[in-house]
Ligand binder design. Sequence first.
Ligand SMILES: [Zn+2]
Length: 573
Amino acid sequence: MKKYNGYELNYSISTMKRMMTKETADIKMLSPDDEAYKRLSEENKKVLKHLVAAARILNNVALKQDNPHNLAQKEALEKAAKKGDEEAFWALKIFNSLNGVAGLNGVNRRQITIFKGLKTPIGKNFYPEDLSIKEFHRILLNMFANNEIEEIKKILSARTMVIRHGKKLKAIDYTQYFKPEFDAMANELEVAAHYCTDSLFKEFLEWQAQALIQNNLDMDMLADKHWAMMQDTPLEFTISRENYDDELTPTVLENKELAKLIEKHNIEVIAKDMLGARVGIVNKKGTELLLKFKDTMPKLSSLMPFADKYEQSISQNKEAKQTMVDVDLICLTGDYAQCRGGIVTAQNLPNNDKIAVKTGGGRRNVYHRQVRQCHDEKLTQKMLKAFLHPDFHKYFNRETDHIFVIGHENGHSLGPSSEYQNSPGICKSIIEENKADTVSLSFMPEYVKRGIITEQQLKEIYTTWAFRLLLRAKPIFPTETYRIIGLIEFNTMLRHKAIFFDKDKLMHLDFKKFAPAAYEMLTKVIDIQLSRSPEKARKYIEENTAWTDLNEYIAATQKKLGLKKYKNIISYF
Ligand SMILES: [Zn+2]
């Protein structure tokens, strides 16, 4: 048996070939032949080149954060593939799709492990590979007993890699752990800033370079604040710091003894940031549409459930500190390129746990044109035929999915602050994402009132969105955030008869029931966040995630339709 660094491949050539051809959807980034690129000034073309270089370096950082074996295994596959090893060639394709040695596929969410015995732990590589939840909690309890509060704070912070240190754990700041990569990235950003003709973008790049070099949260804050202000810059560069991958850190709040100590010492528990980089060109026309939605946000914040019980980050009196741009993507690396079940169509950063936001900075919402524009028309037709009553086919319109997403992203900027958002422990992402979805659905009629969308579009949005609820497999708790939400929303919509299935198992919709059903969910999740109770969150999820024969039928039927399980990002730069 062939081995790569001592590890055998888990799949045969024919399986890997099938996975990476028939079962894979291509996502094409912008190419140098596209007008959007050709129109750029010579300076901006130079800027882009260096931003892409920085993004590529960051990919190695994310590989290290994700799994201790990623880099070595990737290198081994690359070497072998170059020499004509066909198995390595296909395995490398899978590796690049997952951007790692393991991950979930996009349909039945099976764990794909490229090498036998090489799984990715729940704490990724943020924590020692062999650290169990139990041991992690025990070590922390011991450290509390020794009054090592400062070190515990670092361990439970978003930007440290945690290693063993005798019988204890020790946290190393990202700027130290990833110093060689961060220094090289900072150099690229400095050069990019040198060529940059847009003053705000230039300033942002300079602060971002500093944030990579210095172990100083203020630099991140300044970089984030400048980044969030950019509304009219021609280019897009983001270092994304999102913390949905680390499932180990949030477990400490599930441990009652630890949770008490954490509260007593006022320690903020934040899952680790997985880093990603995005480079692109801002699309003016798409951006104009987004700005129309922005204007409604202060009004929406006043319509939120329990709006008087928490401070609004956006309100009638304060201007919404939210920029938003539609972007033609040049490249996605790191976290963005870990296509483990999906790829993000939009993202609103910084998240609430970041100092920039806590100290009054704004957010920037970036929409990914190349991602949303990639879909399979044939498959769509098959899906419609299989699941939607013909009377409603005229309302299915993929383009309007974009509008739902705009509502969802804006939804993250409404509701209680991060402290509340983090309080449901391991359920926090489910609750927060459910909130964003239900904000979007609940307030769609407001957009109609204001003439931003039409009645017809409202029906299209709801119909197209309802397809998101047709799950491909029973979700796994708590990791499959979006699927669990899908199931909660499916069951709630059914209960309200906003959707129902006839005897041929075809879906019908009652559009006027959508917003009230969504608002009921929104009320429940805001109540959960305000109550800061992980138990309440769990109960809500349990009560609304029944998996029935109907779900089984929907999943099985989709399987027959042959859905694409993997993504392949094609970059031209
Ligand atoms: Zn979201």
